[in-house]
Unconditional design. Structure first.
Lengths: 69, 234
């Protein structure tokens, strides 16, 4: 058991509670276009974030004003 | 013999107490949001994004405490990455960015934190696998060598902080459907910390944390409390 294992325990049709080694997982990692992935677009849109180096909080990103004291 | 039984009972009570803390905090946060809605958000601060970060740190700390109670030594830490849209990216890009860190992970990590694109590393693999399952990394360096883990700057800067880790998808309502809104990391400073017996605890933690985050973010968005979020530590 000296080899390093990455245990994958899952209940999916692909892996029914199997343990899969790192190598097997790595073999599955073929290049893919982002649009083919099932992504949480709606959720991610709620948390739009400024990633670039400018970090300017633009008007559209400002938190809604409230009647804070 | 009696000492062992006593130790086991104490351990069991600590685990239950940590579980209660996790559920308690989530319930309180939801109540706070309901109360605000009732009061039309009056009297509440405008910097909702900073408060969100604090909540995600609290969630991370509760998860840390839960696993601390299961593992010997104070070696556990927890972190939360969430799916965020990179503004103005064309085509729109989604990355998984760190939003919550527990004690045990340097707060300075925020300054050098890197986002992981949805099509790389752990996010990609989990999405490919129907967003199910728990990953346990026993040796990160070898996982990197096999291209099963994408190292970030912080992995090199804070090497001793994460020696092994357990990773779970955060699956919840994203506004339109159920999908992987984030990733939960439970890390250890010690080798061979996590076993299969920890997997169900991880599943539980991931489910309750995902549900809470989805409720919080979606509700605040619907209430007009957040229209975006500023990057922390910048």
């Amino acid at each position: 058991m000296n080899k390093i294992l990455l245990w994958f325990v899952a209940k999916t049709e692909l892996f029914s509670c199997n343990d899969v080694s790192v190598k097997e997982i790595a073999d599955k990692m073929t290049p893919v276009r982002e649009e083919t992935l099932r992504l949480p677009r709606s959720f991610a849109h709620n948390l739009r974030i400024i990633i670039d180096s400018e970090y300017e909080l633009e008007e559209s990103l400002k938190v809604t004003e409230t009647n804070s004291p | 013999m009696f000492i062992f039984v006593r130790w086991r009972v104490t351990r069991s009570l600590n685990i239950k107490s940590a579980l209660h803390t996790l559920a308690h905090d989530i319930r309180d946060e939801q109540n706070k949001i309901y109360r605000r809605t009732l009061q039309n958000n009056q009297g509440y601060p405008a910097n909702e994004d900073e408060r969100l970060y604090e909540y995600f740190d609290r969630l991370s700390n509760s998860v840390k405490r839960y696993f601390d109670s299961q593992v010997e030594g104070n070696v556990i830490a927890a972190g939360i990455r969430l799916a965020v849209e990179v503004r103005d990216s064309k085509p729109t890009k989604i990355v998984y960015a760190t939003f919550g860190r527990s004690a045990g992970l340097s707060s300075k990590r925020a300054e050098t934190s890197e986002d992981i694109p949805s099509y790389e590393g752990i996010p990609r693999f989990l999405i490919d696998s129907e967003c199910q399952g728990i990953l346990i990394y026993n040796d990160i360096d070898k996982a990197v060598a096999l291209n099963a883990f994408k190292k970030t700057k912080n992995d090199d800067l804070y090497k001793g902080e994460i020696v092994t880790m357990m990773v779970a998808p955060l699956n919840a309502w994203d506004g339109n459907k159920t999908s992987m809104i984030g990733i939960l990391y439970v890390t250890s400073r010690k080798k061979n910390t996590f076993k299969e017996k920890n997997v169900d605890s991880m599943r539980f933690a991931a489910d309750i944390v995902a549900s809470s985050i989805a409720f919080t973010v979606n509700t605040l968005k619907n209430e007009g409390r957040i229209t975006g979020i500023n990057r922390r530590g910048i």
